[in-house]
Write a new protein. Sequence first.
Length: 248
Amino acid sequence: MKNCISILFLIIIFCWQKSSGQVVQDIKKWTLEDCIDYAVTNNISLKRQTLLTETSEANLFKSKMDFLPTLNFGSDAQMGFGRSIDPVTNLITFKQNISNSYALSTRLNLFNGFATLNTTIANKFMYKAGMEAEKIARNTLIIEILGQYYQVLYARGIEGASKMQVDLSEKQHFRITRMVGTGKEALSRQYEIESQLSNDKLSYTIAHNNASQALTTLKQMLRIEPGTDFDILIPDLSDLPITLYRLL
């Protein structure tokens, strides 16, 4: 019985570890293109500017349509019961009668002091200004995401270099400690290495915090919900683009 419980316990642990490893593996790492596409699609300020541009386009279309004549068509049907006036003879009658009339009218504005023309020119200017403002907002957003993405890469690089320095100092500390124990090195040398190791660990802690803060800042710029797993994909530095990305 105890063997069965032990086997069942090991199976549960194995399944849990496999599931945990699968969750870690499924965490998406964002590329620069992923970050920019997500920001351009979901940024509230850019959406607001896009709506303003669409409104200006609708106003321009309406002002152009104001040059065209209007055309109205209407129909009026009437039904009389009991004592009523015959619409044909205009006499009083007690018979049921039905009448129907149609109307067609049109209106053309020949001259209104160039108000329609000036409105169209103004709306055209507002539409072009809106398009340029949308381009500026989009390009500014891309540049901000681009800069922060490279800031994360820079912080990650400093963090990696600091970790390598800590590992190197730990190996050197281990070697010097052994040599001091055998009398091949002075004790002061060991203290010197320990001080260096402490400084390296402090530098690594600072670099790690800076890298985490840079990643958090990028996550906030993308407006990703808190608690969502987020990380970037470290690209090959030899293939890293230098030019700006898809600016209009």
